[in-house]
Design a binder for this molecule. Structure first.
Ligand SMILES: *Cc1c(COP(=O)(O)O)cnc(C)c1O
Length: 372
């Protein structure tokens, strides 16, 4: 569709600024396997994000799959049904059993008060998601993990650059994973990373993403090919120069939505906790059809009719997909908060270049739906 308004649009630096990077790759003939741009991006991202160790990946899903391998997770893993399907798929790819636990209706994240009752002798880890970049109750989750001796791996695919009370939320748990997919706040076309605080684990992760090679003749594990190449890494280095500007433009877009939509009966916006430096990755609203007068799906259809491609992130829940439906923990009656949110959520377009006129048009569709 020619002039449709999409829910996101990738951050792209001026093309001519990328040409010198390409020239350097052509001159060095280093295309991948930990080349100079790869090393530079690992260093600069760790510094920018305020984390100790970071290992780049070709995408976020391979980072997730490898993170579970790196910590030798076995048996059952407690996770959220309210996420992108890659979160749970990473468990199936490791032959692990997902155990779905309900979310907190405010944060939309795994509710630590519900985790303990789902733990069995086979449980070895918790895989929460900082949904929309809003932090999980990291203290509550860590307390349960410490009590039961569980590892915690955060799917932080939405949480690039998010800080809470001045500290990066990526330093919680044992590992965090990021996605640099084109649709995310910071992109390398495709890409991802694992963040950790232990140099030995970082070493193991780096072996695992390179077939398990520790040196030329030593293979220490059945590793995978998860390496980020030099084109992706060079793009990331350039992209990083523009990220602060992009984040502040996202914030302006979000504030405009907030001022326009706050107080409309039946529409609620995401609540941000005190002390949060958020990345404005998404603009989800919840549509209470009874109070708003028009259901979420009706509003969705009206947007589609105007060629405004709003998205229902996350609907359906992961546990509703065929490969998860049969699990004992997929019982929707036990996942009431996640179920309700998935039936009310609508993500509005948000990206750095979204201009105020277009945004006004997006807001107007909602206003007209209410009036009708
Ligand atoms: C995007 C995303 C992923 C997958 O990342 P890719 O880089 O696309 O493989 C995983 N989890 C969540 C929550 C995501 O949004």
């Amino acid at each position: 569709m020619a002039d449709s308004i999409t829910v996101t649009s990738p951050l792209l630096p001026p093309l001519e600024e990328f040409t010198p990077y390409l020239q350097r790759i052509w001159d060095s003939k280093r295309l991948t396997n930990g080349g100079p741009f790869h090393e530079q991006l690992e260093r600069e991202l760790a510094e920018y994000l305020g984390v100790q160790h970071l290992s780049l990946f070709s995408n976020g899903t391979l980072a997730l799959v490898t993170a579970l391998q790196a910590l030798r997770i076995t048996g059952e893993v407690i996770t959220t049904p309210y996420s992108f399907v890659a979160t749970s798929h990473s468990l199936l790819w490791n032959n692990l059993k997902p155990v779905f636990v309900d979310i907190d209706p405010v944060t939309k994240n795994l509710d630590p008060r519900r985790i303990a009752e789902a733990i069995t002798p086979a449980t070895s880890a918790i895989l929460p998601v900082h949904c929309y970049g809003v932090p999980c109750d990291v203290e509550g989750i860590q307390a349960v993990a410490d009590t039961y001796g569980l590892k915690v791996i955060y799917d932080a695919a939405h949480a690039f650059g998010v800080r809470h009370n001045g500290a990066s939320i990526l330093n919680n748990g044992d590992l965090s994973i990021l996605s640099f997919h084109a649709t995310k706040v910071f992109n390398t076309f495709e890409g991802g990373a694992i963040i950790c605080r232990d140099e030995k684990i970082k070493q193991r992760i780096d072996y695992l993403k390179n077939f398990g090679f520790a040196d030329e003749v030593t293979v220490m594990a059945p590793g995978i090919n998860g390496k980020m190449n030099e084109l992706q890494a060079a793009f990331g280095v350039l992209q990083l120069r523009y990220i602060d500007e992009a984040l502040s433009r996202r914030q302006k877009v979000f504030e405009y939505y907030r001022s326009a939509l706050e107080g409309i009966p039946g529409i609620s916006l995401l609540e941000q906790p005190q002390g949060l430096d958020w990345n404005y990755a998404y603009c989800p609203i919840l549509v209470d059809g009874e109070r708003f007068g028009v259901s979420r799906d009706e509003l969705y259809d009206r947007y589609r009719a105007e060629n405004i491609l709003v998205r229902r992130y996350f609907y359906p829940l992961i546990c509703e997909f065929p490969m998860y439906r049969g699990l004992p923990s997929s019982d929707l009656s036990q996942l009431g908060n996640a179920y309700n949110v998935s039936r009310q959520v609508l993500c509005l377009p948000i990206y750095p270049d979204l201009d105020p006129q277009t945004q006004a048009k997006i807001i107007e569709v909602l206003m007209r739906a209410q009036a009708a």
